[in-house]
Design a binder for this molecule. Structure first.
Ligand code: C2E
Ligand code: MG
Ligand code: MG
Ligand code: MG
Length: 284
């Protein structure tokens, strides 16, 4: 606020900046009470095998319904939660809820949980994973942790040690939003990722016949194959996009076409609706 009185040439920007900071302060205030007030909920979005279209996993996506602010998108509140470190207790809650929910699904269906760098830089991250697996009774092999390239921006040794402990438990690690960060291919050598998630922006680009996006997806798929990693294409919204992605050789597909993020009972319904011997396909 120190500059409020000076810098006349900037005056036009001040109301917007001020509103932004004020809104942020209010969101932060509300966020501090969100967990204890039970305002957080998880949604689950299906991920399908690109060839068979069977559901192989769900990604847990946190939702915040604030009494004061209404539904707040994670793109808005997760960064605030990260800055204030509130993401640590929120992340622990997400991990436990996600693991609990997954125990209601068929054994071959896995759960993917987004993990913020702030969580990974807590030295006891692995013990929160152990705790979630223990209280839920979920098999560690059914848990995938999604991390982004941003974990490599800081001294990665703490994060790497945490992730290596999780790998030793039997969890797998996916590299989320690939291609949007500071993409240095060297990251791929630093941890044994099982999956590279190709960001929605490339999928959308490819769908609009962007030569660059198509070339990038092809290159990522070839590289993942060579490194014995799988690929998941994010943000597939139509049959045409699904077909294109399949042809490009991605292993798995996630997107509105196969299913939007849904509440736990609806995810469960996807399995209940089918005969127990039929594959869990979202589209007939
Ligand atoms: P993300 O991990 O890359 O998750 C995928 C996002 O893409 C989700 O947005 C999902 O709803 C959206 N999406 C999926 N398919 C489609 C599609 O076909 N079209 C479009 N337009 N969007 C699609 P969402 O749920 O709003 O989450 C946004 C981001 O917030 C996530 O990106 C993740 O980075 C973060 N986030 C969400 N839940 C958590 C959480 O529990 N912990 C942490 N640390 N971050 C989370
Ligand atoms: Mg994710
Ligand atoms: Mg992503
Ligand atoms: Mg993202």
């Amino acid at each position: 606020r120190a500059k409020d009185d000076g810098g006349g040439e900037h005056r036009g920007y001040e109301p917007a900046l001020h509103a932004n900071a004020e809104e942020r302060r209010q969101l932060e205030f509300a966020l501090r009470r969100a967990l204890e007030n039970r305002e957080m909920e998880l949604n689950f979005q299906p991920v399908v095998n690109a060839q068979s279209e069977e559901v192989v996993s769900f990604e847990a996506l946190v939702r915040w319904n604030s009494p004061e602010h209404g539904p707040v998108r994670p793109d808005k509140f997760v960064p605030i939660a990260e800055d204030t470190r509130l993401i640590v207790p929120i992340g622990t809650w997400v991990m436990e809820q996600a693991c609990r929910e997954a125990t209601n699904w068929p054994d071959h269906v896995r759960i993917a949980v987004n993990v913020s760098p702030e969580q990974l830089f807590e030295p006891d991250f692995a013990s929160t994973v152990v705790q979630a697996l223990t209280v839920s009774g979920l098999d560690a092999q059914r848990l995938e942790l999604e991390v982004t390239e941003s974990i490599f921006l800081r001294d990665a040794s703490v994060a790497r040690a945490s992730l290596e402990q999780c790998l030793a438990l039997g969890c797998t690690i996916a590299l989320d939003d690939f291609g949007t960060g500071y993409s240095s291919l060297g990251y791929l050598r630093k941890l044994p990722f099982s999956t590279i998630k190709i960001d929605r922006s490339f999928v959308q680009g490819a769908a609009q016949s962007s030569k660059e996006s198509l070339a990038i997806i092809r290159a990522v798929v070839a590289m993942a194959d060579a490194l014995e990693m799988t690929t998941t294409a994010e943000g597939v919204e139509s049959a045409e996009e699904a077909e294109l992605i399949r042809k490009l050789g991605c292993t798995k597909i996630q997107g509105y076409y196969f299913g939007r993020p849904m509440r736990a009972p609806d995810a469960l319904q996807l399995f209940r609706r089918r005969q127990s011997d039929a594959p869990d396909r979202l589209r007939a």
